[in-house]
Design a protein around this ligand. Structure first.
Ligand code: 1DX
Length: 183
């Protein structure tokens, strides 16, 4: 994944636990890189090693970290140069989710090594929708749940998300029931 992802993990850990904890995590992850460059593509393995090391150092599950990271990503990208991209992708939660594939297509024009997931909304109602998540990557389901919660914060909307189909359980793709209520 692009370095922006690893940098966001670094920033999240540093802001919540301090630089020393981050150094400890980086050491445990045994990376060959010291500084991440946002616009350079890195092997996914680096991100997974960081999350595993963070899990050991912080005493949190990898799923807890990934969910927290998903929430953090929404705020981080809005503040780190992608505010306009986020702004033009929707004024409310369902609109933003419907525009996610367009957002990734836009990023992919400038960054061809992007491997964007795909999000599809079905059964759209006043206060709920079904979100279908398809990805060439595995193990990021918790992050997606955090991302949707992060969007809830962004749009001042109460969100309740539950997984109703999982690839781990043999389904074709992950599916979530998203209930939302603007506050
Ligand atoms: F609900 O892959 C809200 O590297 C959501 O299965 C979900 O393949 C917001 F410059 C610039 C760059 C860079 C901008 F090239 C990414 F570096 C992308 C900014 C999306 C904002 C996807 C990151 C692919 C890297 C992936 C989970 C799950 C999507 C991460 C979250 C808005 C982003 O993001 C999976 C890669 C951006 C950029 C957003 C993503 C790659 C998302 C969301 N994805 C790179």
């Amino acid at each position: 994944m692009y370095g922006l992802v690893n940098k966001a993990i670094e920033e999240m850990v540093c802001s919540r636990f301090g630089k020393n904890t981050w150094q400890e995590i980086k050491q445990k992850a045994e990376l060959e890189v010291d500084v991440f460059i946002s616009m350079e593509a890195y092997p996914d393995d680096i991100t997974h090693r960081l999350v595993k090391a963070a899990s050991l150092v912080l005493g949190l599950s990898a799923a807890e970290i990934m969910q927290a990271f998903g929430e953090y990503w929404v705020q981080y990208t809005a503040e780190e140069g992608y505010g306009e991209l986020m702004d033009m992708s929707g004024d409310n939660l369902p609109e933003f989710l419907e525009n996610l594939d367009n957002l990734h297509a836009r990023v992919g024009i400038s960054f061809p090594k992007l491997m964007p997931p795909s999000f599809e909304c079905t059964d759209i109602k006043e206060e709920s929708l079904n979100l279908h998540y398809r990805s060439s990557r595995e193990g990021l389901t918790s992050m997606v749940m955090g991302l949707v919660k992060g969007l809830g914060k962004r749009f001042n909307t109460k969100v309740d998300i539950t997984q109703i189909q999982s690839r781990d359980g043999g389904a074709d793709h992950d599916e979530f029931l998203v209930k939302y209520k603007p506050q």
